[in-house]
Design a protein around this ligand. Structure first.
Ligand code: ZN
Ligand code: ZN
Length: 289
């Protein structure tokens, strides 16, 4: 009940329509799939699934809650091969130790992130990478890029799959960044699915209840992307390969669920790109595409 899905073609699959079998067949041209288990300041966790296994991005929920949400979207925990972290803020790593051990998967973090006490406590054996590296996990190529955030060594990812038959698929993932960095812009071009932060409505943040210092922090170049910045960023990342954009890390205080969807949809419309825009929820998983 209440599972949010953006698939418009569910009716073509009677098993799905009956509420069972989330493990739908992916079109051959879409070997990758992004599922956001939850996103926001109370916890972040997402899954990129590919033909050889899945990757968990961040672990901001308890083990029990992570398993509950995986079950809701029909993802077998045994299929998860690795856990990769964007940065050490607690809404991204507070379940890291228990989730990593519970799923028996290695944890990957950037060198700077891994050196922080918060991450060391959770995952002392984290495998480290550089913030411009390219890794291969579960057959998925993971291009790392630096983001702009008040953390030790924060990163975003581009996940790519290249099939033996010449097929390819790409998913971009960027949250917790005060600006769209040049490196992010380069890494996120021509993706099919784009997860991009749209944390706050600038007006709501300015007039909202947060203390001045926190407002400054959020809207700074090392804070969080606003709906406006997210839509502007999107216009720089448009291509005819883009099918789906999902707004991430929405503030429950300084945003409304429909606002970033409107901003992103308007940017797509202005450019004549026939992609769809949605927004992730804090409390519910969203199957993005
Ligand atoms: Zn965060
Ligand atoms: Zn953060």
């Amino acid at each position: 009940m209440g599972l949010m899905t953006t698939r418009a073609d569910d009716k073509s699959n009677p098993q799905k329509a009956s509420g069972e079998a989330q493990a739908e067949q992916r079109p051959a041209s879409h070997p990758l799939r992004l599922t956001v288990l939850g996103s926001g300041s109370k916890g972040n966790c997402a899954v990129v699934s590919g033909p050889e296994g899945a990757l968990l991005i961040d672990a901001g929920f308890s083990k029990k809650e992570t398993l509950r949400r995986l079950e809701l979207v029909g993802i077998d925990p045994a299929n998860i091969k690795a856990l990769i972290v964007t940065h050490e803020h607690s809404d991204h790593i507070k379940g890291l130790g228990v989730v990593g051990r519970g799923l028996k998967v290695p944890v990957y973090a950037s060198r700077g992130t891994a050196s922080t006490s918060g991450l060391r406590r959770q995952a002392p054996e984290a495998i480290t990478f550089g913030n411009e590296d390219e890794l291969t996990l579960a057959g998925i190529s993971v291009k790392v890029f630096p983001t702009s955030h008040d953390a030790a060594d924060p990163v975003g990812f581009r996940f790519s799959w290249a099939g033996a038959d010449g097929s390819r698929d790409d998913i971009g993932y960027l949250t917790d960044s005060g600006v769209l960095t040049g490196a992010a812009e380069e890494a996120l071009r021509e993706v099919r699915v784009l997860a991009i932060e749209a944390n706050h409505d600038p007006q709501m943040l300015a007039t909202g209840p947060y203390p001045y210092v926190l407002k400054q922090r959020i809207s700074s170049a090392t804070g969080h992307l606003s709906n406006t910045q997210s839509a502007e960023g999107l216009t720089r990342l448009l291509s005819d390969r883009l099918e789906s954009v999902v707004a991430m890390h929405l503030s429950e205080t300084n945003n409304l669920h429909e606002l970033p969807v409107q901003s992103l949809s308007a940017a797509l419309e202005r450019a004549g790109v026939a992609a769809r825009a949605t927004a992730a929820w804090q409390g519910l998983p969203v199957s993005v595409g």
